[in-house]
Design a protein around this ligand. Structure first.
Ligand code: ADP
Ligand code: MG
Length: 155
C-alpha cells in the first residue's frame, strides 16, 4: 500500500492540507477518516470543502444528522458515524448509495461501517502528536488512489 505521513503543528495547517488534497480528488472518490475525538478530522474536512469551492462557513460536524451534502466543484457527502450504533443504520438511511455516487464521499469514524467499507478508499489516519501537533497518515487502499499519494508526495 502506498502511504505518506505528514505532520501539522496548527489547525490551520491541517485545513490547508485538506484544501490541497481536495484539488486532487475526482468524482466517486471515497475518503475514510480515522482517529480519536479532537484529532482534527472535521478540521481537515473543512479544508476539503474549501478546496472543492464549497461556500465558506457551511461545514459543521454532522454528528447529529449523520450526513451533510455540500455543493462545490463536485458534490461532497460528509458523514460522521460517531453515534452510529450498528452498520444496519447506514443501510437504513440509504447511505451506501453515496459511496458509489458522482461526488466525493468523506466519512469520519469510517471504521464503524465495518462490512460496508468500500473495497477501495483513501485512508486518512489522524493522531495527536502533542500540543497542537497532529500526525496524518494517508494511505491508498486500492490502486485507484495511488496517483493521489504520488501527487501529495510531490507537493
Ligand atoms: P475531530 O473531528 O477529529 O473530532 P475537530 O477537527 O473537530 O476534530 O477538532 C480538532 C481540534 O483540535 C480543534 O479545536 C482544532 O482547533 C484543534 N487543533 C489543534 N491543533 C490542530 C492541528 N494541528 N490539526 C487539527 N486540529 C488542531
Ligand atoms: Mg469531527
Amino acid at each position: 500500500m502506498k502511504e505518506i505521513i505528514i505532520k501539522t503543528t496548527a489547525a490551520d495547517q491541517t485545513r490547508q492540507f485538506g484544501k490541497k488534497l481536495a484539488k486532487l480528488l475526482k468524482r466517486g472518490d471515497v475518503l475514510c477518516l480515522f482517529g480519536d475525538l479532537g484529532t482534527g478530522k472535521t478540521t481537515l474536512v473543512k479544508g476539503l470543502a474549501e478546496g472543492l469551492n464549497v461556500k465558506k462557513g457551511e461545514v459543521s460536524s454532522p454528528t447529529f444528522v449523520l450526513m451533510n451534502i455540500y455543493e462545490g466543484r463536485l458534490p461532497m457527502f460528509h458523514f460522521d458515524l460517531y453515534r452510529l450504533e450498528s452498520e444496519q443504520e447506514i443501510a437504513a438511511i440509504g447511505a451506501e448509495e453515496f459511496l458509489y455516487d458522482d461526488g466525493v464521499c468523506v466519512i469520519e469514524w469510517a471504521e464503524k461501517m465495518k462490512t460496508l467499507m468500500p473495497a477501495e478508499y483513501l485512508s486518512l489516519r489522524l493522531e495527536h502528536g502533542g500540543d497542537d501537533a497532529r500526525v496524518i497518515r494517508i494511505g491508498a487502499n486500492g490502486k485507484r488512489y495511488d496517483d493521489v499519494i504520488t501527487k501529495l508526495a510531490k507537493l
